[in-house]
Design a protein around this ligand. Sequence first.
Ligand code: NAD
Length: 420
Amino acid sequence: MIVTETTHVSPLSSARGQLAKCVEILGLDRGLHERLAFPDRVVQTNSPVRMDDGTIRMFAGYRVQHNNALGPYKGGLRFHPTVTMDEVTALAMLMTWKCALVGLPYGGAKGGVTVDPKQLSLGELERLVRRFAADMVLVFDPQKDIPAPDVNTSPREMAWIMDTWSVNKGYAAPGVVTGKPIAIGGSLGRLEATGRGVVTIADELLKFKGRKLAGSTIAVQGFGNVGSVAAHLAHQQGGRVVAVSDVTGGYHNPDGLDIPAMIRYVQANGNLAGYPDATPVSNEELVLLQVDVLIPAALEAVITEANADRVKAEFIVEGANGPITPGADAILEKRGITVVPDILANAGGVVVSYFEWVQGISRLFWTEDEVNNRLNTIMVRSFSQVAGLVTSKGISFRMAAYSIGVGRVADAHKHRGLFP
Ligand code: NAD
């Protein structure tokens, strides 16, 4: 049965609710709707790992391959205690639309292991990653399914997966994962790509609205890979970044924060706690500040029906995946707050992952300028296509972005037909 409405906010029912709205806008038939609402393949592993005390523990892992109408499955691996099949399936579906939206020759996938990696020793973590990679050796493949980092995974874990897969196959296969360290075939610019793309989109949105990034006030929630790069680039381009936060809390200065100093502070201290040159604010207060642009770049569901009516930002650019719940999204839309959705705003990461995969397969590596210029071209083009639909159909940026992504996948299915 097709779920046609978002009846509760499980990630999969929200993703299917979103799809149902696009199906209506695009006028797709029931058969195609059903095909897009379900993943192609779902793999669950149970990986045994020898712990440091000699005992053996089992860890559940998942890989959901949602759709490969446009190319190999692509998507990150998340290591978190709340990882479930439902969540991974929803995120895989979003990857399908995201890759199609920005014009990459990829389908969508996602994977994960239900674990809190901070509770493991380094040795236990490496044995878990390698065993999970070995259990997925028939699933991952440079031509079929290419993982990347996501929550709690990084270039280090990608290197272990690349090594495990290569050892099992008997040859070095850099193209089996992206987000690798530069030394083994990673791409220049990959680490900064998502934050860079977020700022490009914020800049394009402000221009579209007849405004400018220079001089605009900006608040960024999350000061990790995405948030710190976005804050830094916005600051370099003349934006007034008035608030940033991490898991320890937020910092506010209406005259603008010294972002390079805050990055140095985090490098020296591990996080923002105790940063001296700004007024502390809570993460809850940060998302309610009066700013031109709010960039949530930490967690999902930080703007909900409980606080959406108090958000004072004019524009929201979703750096994180799913920071706004569907109920909150409807409230923001009614209040005239423009939201650029995650599948467009944070697509810079998968775009440069694609560049990394192309460089790995061709064994020809690009300069950082080449990477950044090509990323910029794709982000600007994608924004313009979405903004064009917003203008012509009078729909939200979210609906426009999803409709383009879903429409391209549907079109691919129409051309490819149905086997047998
Ligand atoms: P990260 O781990 O590098 O940084 C996360 C940041 O959020 C840290 O500063 C952390 O302190 C902060 N944080 C954690 N809990 C918080 C809380 N309760 N309140 C406020 N801040 C909190 O992660 P990242 O790679 O920057 O990813 C952030 C988001 O962007 C995630 O939703 C991720 O899925 C999404 N994303 C990342 C990429 C990428 O390439 N890294 C690509 C697309 C989407």
